[in-house]
Design a protein around this ligand. Structure first.
Ligand code: SF4
Ligand code: SF4
Length: 271
């Protein structure tokens, strides 16, 4: 089965937000209709962004680095957001593995966002609907668009080619080769969600990774079989605040454990 996905290279993401704005533009003008922007110029700007770039400072002073971390729906192969949906609005396509929300069936109950351990769902306050990254499903199959541009808008817009797109089940695809040859990893594999999206780890000069980060990477448990349904129900039972706290704690730990990957030698002279 085909499983389309993004592979994001943390070495070359410069945090310019071109992917964020191109995503917003395409998905606001596309078939899904506008995406809400609440108080865009107010004190507490809120809105719907399928793709967000989070920026962290990592390491110990003075050996710190800025890491830009783009995040959107990971199109999990065992998506806990799907079985919890009471109306069947959330579903995973068999043909290409994209996880979507049917806006005609969604009642805006937010169960799916509680179940998603990555905080990838985006609730549209204006329409009272759950939304999320679609991998630009309304673009990648559009035969009126030149073949070379039939990729998600974020991939086309990235000025540093930090975003790759393709079938992670095809061992000869560009994304599979990048994962295989450059140490690509999935977020929080211990949850059994099997994210399709992967990240290429950030390289640091040898010996500069903090000891605790290296230890975290070494201690990371191997992927488990597929307790997705169980994990989803457990998450569903927890209060939302606890789910949010878990998401931020786990994501920080896993991110920092994974971005300090020192398995590959740094280029001469460091980065
Ligand atoms: Fe996307 Fe979250 Fe569902 Fe995974 S669990 S498919 S990241 S919305
Ligand atoms: Fe399904 Fe999520 Fe919509 Fe609720 S909010 S109906 S769980 S897609």
């Amino acid at each position: 089965m085909t499983q389309l996905a993004l592979v994001i290279d943390l070495n070359v993401c410069v945090g310019c937000h071109a992917c964020v704005t191109s995503c917003k533009q395409w998905n606001t003008s596309g078939s899904a209709g506008h995406l809400s922007d609440l108080q865009p110029y107010g004190e507490n700007p809120l809105g719907v962004f399928f793709n967000r770039v989070q920026t962290y400072e990592v390491g110990q002073f003075p050996h710190t680095q800025t890491v830009h971390f783009p995040k959107s729906c990971l199109h999990c192969e065992e998506p806990p957001c799907v079985p919890v949906c009471p109306t069947g609005a959330s579903y995973k396509r068999k043909v290409d593995g994209i996880v979507l929300v049917d806006s005609d069936k969604c009642i805006g109950c937010k169960y799916c966002s509680w179940a998603c351990p990555y905080g990838a769902r985006e609730y549209d306050e204006d329409r009272g609907l759950m939304t999320k990254c679609t991998l630009c499903v309304d673009r990648i199959y559009d035969e009126t668009i030149p073949q070379a541009q039939r990729r998600p808008a974020c991939v086309n817009a990235c000025p540093t080619n930090a975003r790759l797109f393709g079938d992670v089940h095809d061992p000869e695809s560009e994304v599979s080769r990048a994962i295989r040859e450059r140490g690509g990893y999935a977020l929080m594999p211990e949850l059994g969600t099997r994210p399709a999206n992967h990240y290429l780890p950030r390289r640091l000069p040898q010996g500069s990774a903090p000891a605790d980060a290296r230890a975290q990477t070494a201690q990371q448990p191997p992927p488990q079989a597929a307790p997705a349904r169980h994990a989803a129900m457990e998450t569903l039972r927890a209060p939302q605040a606890e789910a949010v706290e878990m998401e931020s704690r786990s994501l920080f730990a896993r991110l920092f454990g994974a971005v300090f990957d020192t398995r590959r030698p740094a280029p001469a002279g460091g980065e």
